[in-house]
Design a protein around this ligand. Structure first.
Ligand SMILES: *Cc1c(COP(=O)(O)O)cnc(C)c1O
Length: 443
């Protein structure tokens, strides 16, 4: 709206955006033109084209994997309105409130019993910062000056400095920030496939190398940090619970903690509630959740840790965990997160995700025969088509929009992470558009 209350035309909004707004990972000087969204409802985004004409597309991205129940969800809208009636925000230092307590209760009920303490953070990256700080403070409190983290290549943990330092050194920003980023330890990426057998040659070799690397630095490693079973923004690589178990055993043998970053994988995105914990003895000491936590309504993440970690940190010289964001425990975000978790647990979410996995496998199958495609994979509500070459993002996006679907590819990956409420019919539209756009642009 202009000051006079008159609505800006689509082209004026886009021109201002182009001149002044940064978008994620974009150039301020030669930005790609974004699409203007007018509203979102169900699983559809209402776009306005340059001339101002509306057009609806089915959302294949869940707004970066958050909007698991779609948009304008009555239960979530109601939770926000209800919370607004009492308070939008108060500080969390020295104060507490029912929305934060209610959310912590729900999170503890959904996570492994050993996790007893909840730290509310304002974004996924901040939660990873906090998890890493917890691990360092725990080691320091135990009298060990351990300052390195052990992870695998191909990961993504966020854009602030500590998460960036454990994100893949090649795909990440390590060369750009050389000297500024601490140098952590990167094992090779484990062999692909969720069911990869322990005695498979590639796995045996990976395990041997990884053990050797860990052993050589054992007294420096504060914690292992990984995205269990599915690496998200680092390249959508699927790896096995067996390999995760190897990392857990190494951590246990050498006095390091284990951090699971389930910001992308949590809340059933890969099928089970958690990609890592809940599988035998693969529970972490510290768990980060975010993205889908509020169903895509507001920015919120949480770090959960065991009593042992909490007591260690609190018993150290500092006597406290040294972190406290201004918007910590924001009541609006906590209220909508609780409503989102209630929806998630009241629905047959695991079955819904299983249905989506089937639809993705069937719908994406045809892509495997395209010349431009090297791999097609699906895990839970994640469907990935990997190309031989980097995706021509603007063209593929435009082709998908023409076919009625919103997609946002990156690197050499065209993928979908649809909302869990996507019907079979809409899912077929998503996969048809995805494969059609790849074929039209890359062949
Ligand atoms: C998105 C993501 C983050 C960062 O979360 P933000 O809310 O964008 O800061 C961290 N880890 C993983 C695995 C993610 O997918």
């Amino acid at each position: 709206m202009t000051p006079s209350g008159e609505q800006d035309s689509t082209s004026e909004l886009l021109a201002f955006d182009r001149a002044h707004l940064w978008h994620p990972y974009s150039s301020a000087v030669t930005p790609h033109d974004p699409y203007l969204v007018e509203s979102a409802r169900g699983i559809r985004l209402r776009l306005r084209d340059r001339g101002g004409a509306p057009r609806e597309v089915v959302d294949g991205m869940s707004s970066w994997w958050c909007a698991i129940h779609g948009y304008a969800v009555p239960e979530l809208d109601a939770a926000v309105y209800r919370q607004l009636d009492s308070m939008a925000h108060v500080m969390f230092g020295g104060l507490t409130h029912e929305p934060a307590v209610g959310l912590a209760r729900r999170l503890l009920a959904l996570t492994p019993v050993a996790l007893e303490h909840v730290f509310l953070a304002d974004s996924g990256s901040v939660s990873v910062e906090v998890a890493m700080k917890m691990a360092l403070q725990w080691q320091i409190a135990a009298g060990r000056r351990r300052t390195r983290f052990f992870t695998i290549r191909g990961g993504y943990h966020g854009d602030t400095f500590s998460p960036m330092s454990v994100t893949d050194p090649v795909g990440g920003m390590h060369s750009l920030f050389r000297g500024l980023l601490p140098e952590h330890l990167f094992a090779r990426r484990p062999p692909g496939g969720v069911d990869r057998a322990p005695d498979d040659d590639a796995m045996v070799a990976w395990e041997r190398e990884t053990r050797a690397l860990f052993a050589a630095h054992a007294d420096e490693v504060a914690a292992v940090i990984v995205e269990p079973v599915l690496q998200g923004a680092g390249g959508m690589h699927v790896w096995s619970p067996y390999a995760l178990g190897v990392l857990h055993r190494l951590a246990a043998e050498h006095g390091a903690l284990v951090i699971h970053d389930e910001i992308a994988t949590g809340f059933h995105r890969t099928g089970p509630l958690w990609a890592g914990s809940g599988r035998g003895d693969l529970d972490p000491d510290i768990l980060c959740v975010g993205k889908a936590l509020t169903g895509g309504y507001l920015s919120l993440a949480a770090v959960l840790c065991s009593r042992e970690v909490a007591e260690g940190v609190s018993g150290g010289e500092a006597g406290a965990l040294m972190h406290g964001p201004t918007f910590m425990g924001n009541p609006l975000a906590c209220a909508v997160a609780s409503a989102n978790l209630d929806l998630l647990t009241s629905r047959e979410t695991a079955a819904e995700v299983g249905r989506i996995e089937g639809g993705l496998r069937a719908g994406l199958e045809r892509a495997a025969s395209l010349d431009s495609v090297v791999d097609v994979r699906a895990l839970g509500a994640v469907g990935v088509v990997e190309l031989r070459e980097p995706v021509r993002v603007t063209e593929v996006t435009a082709a998908a929009v023409e076919l009625g679907v919103w997609l946002r590819p990156f690197r050499n990956l065209v993928y979908t992470m649809p909302p869990f409420v996507t019907s079979d019919e809409d899912l077929a539209l998503v996969t048809r558009a995805l494969v059609g756009a790849v074929e039209a642009v890359h062949g």
